[in-house]
Design a protein around this ligand. Structure first.
Ligand code: OGA
Ligand code: ZN
Length: 377
């Protein structure tokens, strides 16, 4: 049976739900989230927190069917909360999120065949196929789309099914091919060691889409590694290095005739719970380290150890992309690279674009919402 108890100072409500679970709701939290303070259509909060005193108290709390009715010491409103809302939003409890997909770490023995794979036509025509593919892609941080139309814009078309594209100084899309006057090593035929793209940006692009239009030259195989698995390995075997890479920012920089984009970041980013949320690793655009000389030996040791792990077959998988395939990966998690190729032996052309994590997650949530509604109907 549901039970309501006001704390002695009337500045918190304790609820025991009929499931047996219980939670404490501070008065100010309840007043701030009173449903009447939200615009009914936009669902945005219009309530002004400064319009009530911080020591606002609950003068009465009573159960009315599946609702809880509250009166306030401010006398300015009565609030009606559903028990369902209260249970879902109990302080300290993470609320349901279809995009909160726990990562599954993978290692060098991962194969192209084992990766989440979908046909472009399915992703374009079926919301259910898109929803399950995006969820799986979020889990691994790396996936394949095959059956891509032989059209330079086909990658963008799939990416735009997910969200709007993240434009960078390289454009809305970028052409990865050997070019005469390159401003980026990717635009040569040289090997690219494992890296993440654009850590020199304030926020590195999230999901990267690389549509392989042609890969006929000798060489040009792809390499990938799960940055979360590398970080986990480092934390286990060299915790000092892990801590240093997670705490000491280093400068990253890209410069050409038009741009000079710089930012300091740590190589390993932890979220507020201490979980690794991002890796930024790109030796090409790591700038000149500017930490105090006294820190350099320890930092270089840690950084070099991480770099060595990006060469270790324990972590690195290799595959060859074929024309008509597209690889999608979380650029803030997976590291990617390629072997050198010989442009005299054939044409190699990848076309890339990015969709940030926020839009990717949003699409998973909206597609899940659609499915929940369809199931409920
Ligand atoms: C890039 C890149 C990989 C490839 O363009 O940033 O890493 O296979 N390209 O050419
Ligand atoms: Zn790259």
């Amino acid at each position: 049976m549901t039970n309501l108890t006001l704390r002695d100072d009337a500045r918190a409500l304790h609820i025991t739900f009929d499931t047996g679970e219980s939670a404490t709701f501070p008065a100010l939290f309840l007043r701030d989230n009173c449903p009447s303070g939200f615009h009914p259509q936009t669902l945005e909060r219009e309530f002004d927190l400064t319009s009530v005193e911080p020591d606002i108290a609950i003068t009465e709390a009573r159960l009315d069917g599946a609702d809880v009715l509250l009166s306030w010491s401010s006398g300015d409103a009565t609030s009606c909360f559903s028990l369902t809302w209260l249970s879902a939003n109990a302080p300290g409890r993470a609320f349901a999120d279809a995009a909160a997909v726990a990562p599954t770490l993978w290692h060098g023995d991962m194969t192209k065949e084992q990766l989440p794979t979908a046909a472009a036509s399915n992703l374009l025509s079926s919301d259910a196929a898109l929803q399950s593919f995006l969820t799986e892609t979020k889990r691994t941080g790396l996936a394949i789309v095959n059956g891509m139309a032989d059209d330079a814009d086909a990658g963008m078309t799939v990416a735009r099914r997910i969200g709007f594209l993240r434009e960078t100084n390289f454009g809305i899309t970028f052409e990865v091919m050997s070019k005469p006057d390159p401003n980026n090593l990717a635009y040569t035929s040289h090997a690219l060691p494992l890296h993440t793209d654009l850590p020199n940006q304030e926020l590195a692009p999230g999901f990267q889409f690389l549509h392989c239009l042609a890969n006929e030259a000798e060489g040009g195989g792809s390499t990938f590694a799960d940055g979360f698995a590398i970080a986990a390995g480092l934390k286990e075997h060299d915790p000092e290095a892990f801590d240093l890479l997670a705490s000491e920012p280093i400068p990253f920089r890209f410069q050409d005739g038009d741009y000079d984009i710089r930012k300091h970041h740590t190589v390993i980013q932890l979220d507020h719970t201490g979980t690794v949320s991002e890796l930024r690793f790109n030796a090409h655009i790591a700038s000149v380290f500017d930490m105090d000389a006294s820190k350099m030996d320890a930092y270089y040791r840690a950084y070099r150890n991480l770099m060595q792990m990006t060469r270790d077959p324990k972590y690195v998988m290799t595959m060859k992309l074929n024309g008509g395939e597209m690889v999608i990966f979380d650029n803030r998690r997976a590291l990617h690279g390629r072997a050198a190729f010989d442009p005299s032996t054939g044409f190699r052309h990848l076309r890339g674009c990015y969709v940030d994590r926020g839009e990717f997650d949003s699409r998973i949530r909206v597609l899940s919402r659609g499915q929940t509604a369809a199931q409920a109907a």
